[in-house]
Design a protein. Structure first.
Length: 123
């Protein structure tokens, strides 16, 4: 009978033998599955809305969200600010963030960032 506490199989005389050996294939498969699971949990996802003009002339807003892991809030913030910067740079201008609203503080939940910004000429 296999001893679940010591992971040993008894010898013919009933004494516990050496540790039971696993095949190299099962070790590689187990390591691969662990690597895939860890990568999936750390990677997370980020997405952003299109830039939208607000009711105030020259002011725009963009929202981004991210999931997965402890740093999701940082990915959401960076994605929103990056979208604002790219929007202004496509127009030959630079962005200036006016304010930011964030939500989601718990691990493994969706974190969101909404940025209001203006585009100003480069000097």
């Amino acid at each position: 009978m296999f001893n679940v506490f010591s992971a040993r199989m008894p010898d013919k005389d009933g004494a516990a033998g050496g540790p039971r050996r696993r095949s190299p294939f099962s070790d590689r498969l187990r390591n691969l599955m662990m690597a895939v699971a860890m990568g999936a949990s750390l990677a997370g996802c980020a997405s952003a809305t299109d830039v939208v003009a607000t009711d105030k002339p020259g002011t725009y807003t963009v929202a981004a969200s991210a999931t997965g892991g402890r740093m999701a809030w940082a990915r959401a913030h960076e994605h929103a600010v990056s979208e604002a910067r790219d929007y202004c740079e496509r127009r030959g201008m630079q962005s200036r963030v006016m304010n930011e609203t964030v939500s989601g503080v718990e691990v493994m939940t969706t974190h969101a960032s909404s940025v209001n910004f203006e585009c100003h000429p480069k000097f």
